[in-house]
Design a protein around this ligand. Structure first.
Ligand code: TK8
Length: 350
């Protein structure tokens, strides 16, 4: 026993000495360091996860965020990046942020509506006429107000990125009109408004996490799905899907989310750095994504997909078919939010 005590105190002594030595070493080399690393000098690590793969602009944007943050904090904040749902799907990663076991995720707004119902306003089909209007609304007052609502959920919304306008693919038939949706087994995001909108179009929708989608299409559990061209192409959905139509039924934003407990633990200067980086990297991501969405419809056809164009009349029929669902959801989303967003869209087009 005595021996053991001796050993223990020895270990203790060594540890204390080592710690002191370490401190000294740090204070000499880190002296006068007024940078964003904060006074403690400890390195903080951001584990950042996304659902899309490393070819997607979403990942390129995340790498940009990493580059800016690591540079501007002189390495005091490190960013580890994970793509392809390696850390989970949008919902489970968002929950990990709430628990404080993950620091960043960039989910679609649709699953986020399960945390803050007002986000479902962006799930109203045919809401935004184009990306420029979407930018103005999201980066404007009402968009920022919505980000603020995330705080009650222990989340901090730093900026909007984008997936873009969603288009339908399936392995059954060319879809040109509402009638063509009849009975199609469509995977939707985990969002009630999406589910009900696709039911109203006559489809047979199933909500599912993005991480399970490819296999579900491959095995025929679902006939189709909807995502922007860049996502369809870069995730290689053309390998398991035959038809694509430019339904453009929803504009899908992403939200750059940070865990609130992590954000609160940053110095004010670091908070500003991560916020600005999320905005700047988001601008980069939107630009790359728009280029990608323009370019990949052609490539999808080259990969053998059959493209069907939706006429204006056919699209209007779709708008009419989902109108009752939109009416029903206004109160669930919150009338005030819906009105503000409609108003902001109008203002952006003046
Ligand atoms: C990726 C998702 C995806 C979304 C979906 O995590 O689930 O279909 O479009 O991009 O956010």
């Amino acid at each position: 026993m005595k021996k053991l005590f001796g050993l223990l105190s020895m270990v203790l002594l060594i540890t204390v000495l080592a710690a002191c030595g370490g401190d000294n070493a740090e204070s000499t080399s880190g002296d006068g360091d007024e940078s964003a690393s904060g006074d403690s000098g400890e390195t903080k690590t951001i584990k950042a996860g996304i659902g899309l793969n490393s070819d997607h602009p979403q990942y390129k944007g995340l790498l940009k965020f990493k580059e800016i943050v690591e540079e501007e904090t002189d390495g005091a904040i490190k960013v580890e990046t994970y793509h392809s749902g390696q850390l989970g799907d949008d919902r489970t990663m968002t929950e990990a942020l709430q628990l404080g076991t993950q620091e960043v995720v960039i989910p679609s707004t649709a699953p986020l509506a399960n945390f803050v119902p007002e986000f479902s306003v962006f799930d109203i089909p045919f809401l935004f006429p184009n990306e420029q209007v979407a930018d103005e609304v999201l980066d404007g007052e009402v968009g920022q107000e919505l980000l603020g609502k995330l705080e009650e959920q222990n989340l901090v919304g730093l900026s909007y990125w984008e997936n873009g306008f969603r288009d339908l693919t399936n392995s059954e038939r060319a879809v040109a009109t509402v009638d063509d949706f009849d009975g199609l087994k469509i995977r939707t995001m985990e969002n009630d408004l999406h589910l009900d909108a696709f039911k109203a179009l006559g489809a047979n929708p199933t909500p599912m996490a993005f991480t399970e989608l490819f296999t579900a299409m491959q095995q025929g559990t679902v006939d189709g799905q909807e995502n922007p061209y860049a996502t369809i192409y870069l995730q290689k959905f053309y390998e398991v899907q035959e038809h694509v139509s430019n339904t453009h039924h929803i504009y899908s934003p992403f939200v750059f989310l940070m865990s609130k407990s992590f954000y609160d633990g940053l110095t004010e200067e670091q908070q500003k750095i991560v916020k600005d980086a999320a905005v700047e990297a988001g601008e980069h991501e939107r630009k790359l994504n728009r280029e990608a969405n323009e370019k990949y419809l052609k490539e999808l056809q080259e990969e053998g997909m059959e493209y069907t164009e939706i006429t204006d009349e056919a699209r209007q029929e779709m708008v009419d078919a989902v109108a009752p669902v939109v009416e029903e959801y206004k109160s669930k989303i919150g009338e005030e939010t819906v009105d503000k967003v409609y108003q902001a869209i109008e203002d952006a087009q003046k």
